[in-house]
Design a protein around this ligand. Structure first.
Ligand code: GLY
Length: 347
């Protein structure tokens, strides 16, 4: 078992352990005296791990209830949010109880936001079961839901009380969902850690599980460092958005349907590196991205993507920030006007 302590306004531990999900009740008992635990999950993850989590919690003295909603981004909406709040109320969850998010990024984001809102805040635990959720969304306290105007537009900073990452759960992921997370792992290598990048480029989608614990640990440790320096996303934390300006635009252009977040981030990293950094670096990044069956670019004309870039919620009064890595492991935040960004991308 490995663990990482995240020293944010509410400090917490991230446990990284193969098979850790079987002991989640023990770990959660060690951080709370609560009598009740409310589990929120989706229909795919619930079938795979719901029973395991329930059994472990009950063995450790929790009176449990579970709410399941349909898997997928379309569930990260106001309607599901309302259903979760009603479920917490029907389960008689009080402020001294605990809420558990069991699943991928959608489950973690919406449950974390419900935990921030219900009774003005109930402690919650993340048990992320996708690579993307383990190395990114479960750590750092960003919680949100989507509204008609865009993704993640309503939410709260709400740090969990504990995160339990079990890399065995990643073995049941489809190759596409695994690749989705690998895009973020490549991103961490690019922005902060050449050794991590080398480890990823020395593997591919078929054999990456051999080094998965190391990948998960290193990525979370990078995220910990960034989040500790800038918990509320006012500066350095923006480096985590490398590849995301174009990536979000690609997701938006595809109406968040058949195009995953990881595909967007992968293509976004390659496009910006090709435009603004050296050819040598762009070729190396593209080769690595291809090993995980992710896109290295797009056929969609930049003129069609740019309107989606300027809709990005991180844009501040006519400006937007993009991230560039001129060498592996070193990210820089650049603030430009939307017009300048368009010229750079169309040039
Ligand atoms: N996923 C980006 C962040 O946590 O800031």
């Amino acid at each position: 078992m490995k663990s990482i302590n995240v020293k944010t306004s509410r400090p917490y531990e991230v446990i990284i352990e193969r098979g850790g999900i079987n002991k989640c009740g023990e770990y959660i008992r060690s951080i709370t005296k609560s009598g009740r635990a409310a589990i929120v999950t989706d229909d795919i993850v619930g079938k795979l791990y719901g029973r395991t989590v329930l059994d472990s919690l009950e063995k450790n003295g929790f009176d449990c209830s579970m709410f399941t909603f349909p898997n997928g981004e379309q569930s990260k909406c106001l309607a599901t949010f309302g259903e979760i709040l009603d479920f917490l109320c029907e389960s008689e969850i009080t402020r001294s109880d605990i809420i558990i998010a069991l699943g991928g990024g959608v489950v973690g984001d919406i449950t974390g936001f419900a935990a921030a809102s219900y009774l003005r805040g109930v402690d919650f635990v993340q048990i992320p079961t996708t690579l993307l959720a383990q190395i990114d969304s479960s750590v750092g306290g960003k919680t949100a839901i989507d509204i008609k105007g865009g993704k993640n537009l309503v939410g709260a900073f709400n740090q969990p009380s504990l995160v339990i990452c079990d890399s065995d759960t990643l073995k049941t992921l489809t190759p596409e969902i695994l690749s989705d997370g690998m895009a973020e792992a490549i991103k961490y290598g690019m922005i902060r850690d050449e050794k991590l990048f080398e480890l990823i480029e020395a593997h591919n989608r078929d054999n990456i599980h051999e080094v998965m614990d190391e990948i998960v640990y290193t990525c979370i440790d990078i995220k910990r460092d960034v989040v500790e320096n800038d918990e509320f996303d006012r500066g350095e934390r923006m480096i985590l958005n490398f590849g995301h300006t174009i990536g979000h635009a690609l997701e938006g252009w595809h109406h968040y349907t058949d195009y995953t977040h990881g595909m967007g981030v992968a293509a976004g990293m390659c496009i910006i590196t090709e435009k603004l950094a050296s050819n040598e670096l762009a070729e190396r990044l593209k080769k690595c991205v291809k090993q995980y069956c992710l896109p290295v670019g797009t056929d969609i004309p930049m003129s069609e993507l740019l309107p989606y870039c300027s809709k990005d919620k991180k844009r501040e009064s006519g400006n937007l920030s993009y991230i560039i890595c001129n060498t592996i492991g070193n990210a820089e935040i650049k603030k430009v006007t939307v017009g300048e960004f368009s010229r750079l991308m169309e040039g």
